[in-house]
Design a protein around this ligand. Structure first.
Ligand SMILES: *[C@@H]1O[C@H](CO)[C@@H](O)[C@H](O)[C@H]1NC(C)=O
Ligand SMILES: *[C@@H]1O[C@H](CO)[C@@H](O)[C@H](O)[C@H]1NC(C)=O
Ligand SMILES: *[C@@H]1O[C@H](CO)[C@@H](O)[C@H](O)[C@H]1NC(C)=O
Length: 691
């Protein structure tokens, strides 16, 4: 302390050092997050999730890692292919600055395969589960190379490839033509096990299905492989065997795979051929969030102590540079990925958007949120108004959010959803373009202040009905279930006719058909008062939690109060409304500013519906289908107990496993889409939804 006082340079150095410590604590991020995906049967929609390297295809419900039928482009022989999940995982971190040791991710995966050979022919060559540094298929990787390496690259540590091969042809070093092996940068496996003694024949006569599990545990640095036959293609998954069929201890993936890697499958055929089909795939990875990389910052700190402020400037520059590079590396083929989206959205030139928004002038700002800023713009070419959502560049998750939003919105078609016009990507800057909504967001109208005219009852009813219909579409009518996850008044946009349009799918995630919830890696998101109580326990957004948020919006619209409003000693709007219901004074909840200008019967119906949808127990909340009917007045409203039931955890029925809602799913064909949802006159939307 005394020394510091005596020496201003030391003080400055200490200040800079302290700054860096703070910075490191942030930059070190490296939070663990768990990703879980369950896929299959496979169809066209999976082209968006997987990189399918030709001639691999997705047909007949399966990933055909090599082609399943000959065509003009390829024959069945001498092929290799890859199908990889497009999500990139950060699999390890070097020693943290805080002195923490190197850290490694864990994963477990299981997949159902069918390796099929032509009758009486010799099969070849094999199928592999692969961890790869990029989404590319090596050239000339057919035959013995299994789509993993080729004659010049085999054995090169720069490959950064680790795989579990299921090999049906014997090459030098292989035990036989029916074995499993663990490969590190080479098709010469580090460990193998013949499957014949285990009564497993990878490519038998006729179809046979095997379920394969591959687990990697960072604590033991062990990779384990298990295989069990599944008698029926669509039958239940067999029990995972107690002991692995093959095990690689002391396999430190940090020494072999790229820090950022992809998971998927590779396969090949040679002079002999076979079909390499993956019918189901589950993947769970616990990896690091893509925060800063502590390492070079630490070096910067060590070298920079004498450098003081100069270092700081250099470091800031480095961070910028590093971030930019990281973003470019994150999705090397963003454009290609977007182009594979069915119905490719229009690409806008950055210059056109810059011009439209007057260089993103502050005056054109419509709103701001955790994901970026939204600007109003006018396109020079036709004077049409647009809303431009700019994803914040420093936001680590930026590109993921961007693609998640783009993928979902691009495929959703409904008159009560925002309409996406296009996208733009420039120097790591990501932008989405929406139709502009002249009436802005709902909350602006609900809480316009005492001087403004209150939103009329008929409009309120129409807005609630629109939101319900959009939610019903997302939950039940769209081919892939979608949870919105962030339903709130500020995300409900109003078009020129005051029709509700659900916006901000920044948080929406498509659910695989078989899953009914989306596991939050980042914990509970959303906005207070709109979050269902179970979410604090599960951290999962479900259709039921969307219904809860819908109830919050409904009460907000009817009562003209925010869901988190403290009224008459209650902490939440819903609790106050429930108390009025108990006292038989429910209609007193209706927005005072309306006076008598509302329809009592309708208000009563809506308020009861709002309470029913706020049920603390998720499985007791009405489904969106019923909600739509109740609002339309075609079925009677729910019976609501006079006292708010208590929240019980765990709930009596498993959350999110509601078979009713699964059965209600209707798969829309594109022609149904056309007639029902593409009615032009009501097709407006916007993007100024981040408030
Ligand atoms: C994938 O996970 C689901 C849900 O846990 C399970 O029912 C299914 O059997 C798994 N599939 C495979 C191929 O392991
Ligand atoms: C092996 O693959 C790499 C990467 O695709 C390629 O650059 C190289 O030319 C290939 N080698 C041979 C012999 O084809
Ligand atoms: C393989 O099958 C044979 C005949 O069905 C049986 O006798 C043997 O125990 C089986 N071996 C294993 C390892 O399951």
């Amino acid at each position: 302390m005394r020394q510091l006082k005596a020496n201003p340079t030391a003080a400055a150095v200490a200040a800079v050092a302290a700054f860096f410590c703070c910075f490191l604590a942030i930059a070190e991020g490296g939070k663990l997050e768990t990703f879980s995906g369950s896929y299959g049967p496979f169809d066209e929609t999976h082209y968006q999730i997987f990189e399918v390297e030709k001639p691999a295809t997705i047909t007949n419900g399966a990933l055909q890692v090599t082609p399943d039928s000959a065509s003009a482009d390829f024959n069945l022989y001498n092929n290799s292919g890859r199908v990889l999940h497009r999500r990139r995982f950060k699999l390890w971190e070097e020693e943290g600055a805080a002195g923490g040791g190197a850290r490694l991710a864990s994963f477990s995966t299981s997949f159902l395969i069918n390796i099929y050979r032509p009758t009486n022919a010799t099969p070849g060559e094999g199928l592999a589960f692969v961890i790869a540094p990029d989404l590319n298929l090596p050239a000339n990787s057919s035959g013995q190379f299994l789509g993993l390496t080729n004659a010049s690259s085999d054995g090169n540590p720069a490959n950064q490839v680790v795989a579990v091969e299921l090999d049906t042809a014997r090459q030098g070093g292989d035990p036989d033509d029916n074995h499993v092996g663990i490969d590190v940068n080479s098709i010469r496996s580090i460990r193998t096990e013949s499957l014949t003694p285990h009564n497993i024949t990878l490519a038998p006569m006729g179809a046979r299905f095997y379920n394969v599990w591959v687990d990697y545990d960072f604590a033991t640095l062990t990779m384990n492989v298990f295989i069990a036959e599944q008698p029926l293609k669509t039958g239940p998954t067999p029990r995972k065997p107690d002991s692995p069929i093959l095990s690689a201890p002391n396999l430190n993936l940090m020494n072999h795979v790229n820090q950022y890697s992809y998971f998927g499958f590779a396969a090949s055929t040679g002079h002999n051929t076979q079909l390499n089909c993956v019918l189901r795939w589950n993947l769970t990875v616990t990896s690091f969030s893509e925060g800063g990389n502590g390492k070079w910052l630490k070096i910067g700190l060590g070298a920079g102590i004498p450098g003081g402020l100069l270092l700081l400037i250099v470091a800031v520059g480095l961070v910028r540079y590093y971030n930019k590079r990281r973003i470019e590396k994150t999705y090397p083929r963003l454009k290609e990925r977007i182009i594979t989206l069915s119905d490719t959205p229009q690409e806008f030139h950055y210059s056109a958007l810059k011009k439209a928004t007057n260089s993103f002038d502050e005056k054109n700002k419509l709103g701001q949120g955790g994901y970026g800023v939204v600007y109003k713009g006018v396109l020079a070419k036709d004077n049409s108004e647009i809303a431009v959502k700019c994803f914040s560049r420093e936001s680590v998750q930026g590109q993921d959010d961007f693609l998640a939003e783009l993928t979902i919105i691009n495929r959703l078609r409904h008159k009560h959803l925002v309409k996406l016009l296009g996208w733009c990507h420039k120097n790591g800057k990501l932008l989405l373009v929406y139709e502009y909504m002249p009436n802005g967001s709902l909350d602006k109208h609900l809480f316009a202040g005492p001087k403004a005219d209150p939103l009329g009852w008929a409009l309120r009813y129409k807005i609630i009905s629109g939101v319900a219909s959009a939610l019903q579409y997302l939950h039940n009518e769209y081919e892939q279930k979608v949870v919105h996850r962030d339903l709130k008044a500020s995300n409900i946009m109003l078009d020129s006719n005051f029709n509700a349009r659900l916006g901000d799918f920044g948080l929406a995630r498509a659910l695989d058909n078989e899953k009914t919830s989306y596991v939050e890696a980042e914990g509970v998101l959303g906005t207070m008062g709109y979050i269902a109580p179970e979410c604090f326990h599960t951290g999962k957004a479900t259709q039921q939690s969307d219904v809860y948020a819908f109830a919050a919006v409904l009460l907000e619209i009817v009562c003209g109060q925010r869901p988190g409003a403290k009224i008459a000693g209650f902490n939440l709007l819903v609790d106050w409304v429930w108390s009025l219901h108990r006292d038989g004074r429910l209609l007193e909840a209706v927005d005072q500013r309306l006076g008598d200008a509302y329809v009592a019967e309708e208000a009563y119906r809506l308020l009861l519906l709002g309470l029913a949808c706020s049920h603390p127990i998720a499985s007791e909340r009405p489904k969106t289908q019923a909600i739509v009917q109740i609002i339309a007045g075609t079925v009677v409203g729910p019976i609501v107990p006079p006292f708010k039931p208590s929240f019980v955890w765990p709930a009596s029925r498993p959350l999110g496993l509601d078979s009713d809602s699964v059965e209600e799913t209707t798969t829309m064909t594109s022609s149904q889409f056309g007639s029902q949802y593409l009615s032009r006159e009501s097709y407006t939307s916007d993007g100024n939804s981040l408030v």
